[in-house]
Design a binder for this molecule. Structure first.
Ligand code: LMR
Length: 401
């Protein structure tokens, strides 16, 4: 029965973690998958999360099914974190929110919803983008095309090319944007550039779909939402897929939120009813635990303050590693871009698009047991004071200094 089935290629990101697990070399370093590590190389359970879990364990009354859309209190807390509690779209009841199994689960629900309700429209993703975007939306049956994003000369944003491509999108097409901390490049538009992107979406009549997986990892919770809020200033309708994997460290609990923002409450309700149908046919209703943790923390002033402090500490550690990586490469006379290594500290979030070639990436793995993604993406959040010199030496060796 199964003879005709051939092996699928390993996942470009999670497949590397599997290979890393099988690697028996001492001192191996995993900078592939986007997971935060502390200075000791551990991915901790946040103290605020542990406190919320203790409370939930004592107070939980049932394991009965969740509503299809998840807990209403979670939806409200997630919306308010995204838009700010006083956003006019909330008062107008124009936003519907679905608790999803991670950001990935939300993206797949978005894909199913778009396939069934926005027939014949193309979904545009940046080149490059998170490798799984292609897989998720193709699996949902959508046509996926790319728009240019990165300028290889500077490792910065090529806004002109991006806006030029937007002009070629057809009305009703879907424009996937990364809300902050672009994955894999770490290159984000400035506030002014967000204004131009928002205006282009409005002018060309495309539907923004914002993947927002790193709120708080760039400059701060509010600052990181500025681009998304700018898009909503001029575009009354948009979709947003948010994740709490990174900012709450809840990776394995699979907790995300899919928001549809519509021009009025009736339209939002109709869109929401279609999204519910997609969810029911997929996983029926979401897992409860991670969402309950997030709701508990966001709605308790003391826990929220503790969480925001922990989030700031994570962000500061990553930015410190960016500075040290740039300095470590400079000290070794290694330059990863024509204009030097300054891009490393200009980029935001967990990742840096290093400019290392496929051959460099292969040599890092084969000769130094250092794993980064094939595109040259390095998870800066996995660099520690201990492994930094090893990494810099290895990059120097594979690039020839
Ligand atoms: C990543 O890009 O490494 C993370 O978002 C984890 C994943 O699911 O790929």
């Amino acid at each position: 029965m199964f003879e005709h089935v051939t092996a699928a290629p390993p996942d470009p990101i999670l497949g590397l973690s599997e290979a890393f697990g099988r690697d028996s070399r001492p001192g191996k370093i995993n900078l592939a998958v986007g997971v935060f590590k502390d200075a000791q190389g551990k991915t901790p359970v946040l103290e605020s999360v542990r406190a919320a879990e203790t409370r939930l364990l004592a107070e939980e009354t049932t394991k009965s099914y969740m509503p299809i859309g998840g807990a209403p209190a979670y939806g409200q807390a997630a919306r308010e974190l995204l838009l700010g509690a006083d956003h006019p779209a909330l008062a107008a009841d124009r936003v519907v929110t679905f608790q999803t199994p991670g950001g990935t689960g939300g993206l797949r629900v978005a894909g199913d919803y778009l396939k069934q309700n926005h027939s014949g429209k193309t979904l545009w993703v940046s080149d490059p983008t998170w490798a799984n975007h292609h897989g998720i939306f193709s699996a949902a049956g959508l046509t996926v095309k790319t728009y240019p994003y990165l300028d290889p000369a500077t490792n910065g944003l090529n806004l002109d090319a991006m806006l030029g491509a937007a002009q070629g999108m057809r009305e009703g097409d879907i424009w996937l944007l990364h809300g902050c901390c672009h994955n894999p490049t770490g290159v984000d538009p400035t506030e002014q550039q967000w204004g131009q992107i928002a205006a282009a979406a409005q002018a060309y009549g495309v539907l923004p779909l914002i993947d927002f997986a790193y709120q708080g990892f760039g400059a701060g919770l509010t600052q990181d939402a500025a681009g998304l809020r700018a898009v909503l200033e001029v575009n009354p309708e948009a979709l947003v897929c948010a994740s709490f994997s990174k900012n709450f460290g809840l990776y394995r609990e699979r907790v995300g939120a899919f928001h549809a923002i519509a021009k009025d409450a009736d339209t939002a309700a109709s869109v929401g009813s279609q999204i519910k149908t997609c969810i029911r046919r997929n996983y029926s209703n979401p897992p409860a635990h991670g969402g309950a943790v997030v709701t508990t923390i966001l709605n308790d002033p003391a826990l929220r303050t503790a969480w925001e402090n922990e989030l700031t500490a994570m962000r500061d550690r990553i930015n410190g590693m960016r500075t040290d990586l740039q300095a470590g490469l400079d000290q070794r006379g290694v330059s990863l871009a024509p204009e030097g290594n300054g891009f490393i500290t200009r980029q935001n979030g967990m990742f840096t698009m290093s400019g290392l070639t496929k051959a460099h990436v292969q040599a890092l793995k084969d000769d130094h047991a250092i794993y980064i993604v094939g595109s040259g993406r390095i998870n800066v959040a996995g660099i520690t004071p201990d492994n930094l010199p090893v990494l810099c030496d290895a990059i120097s060796a594979v690039t020839g200094g």
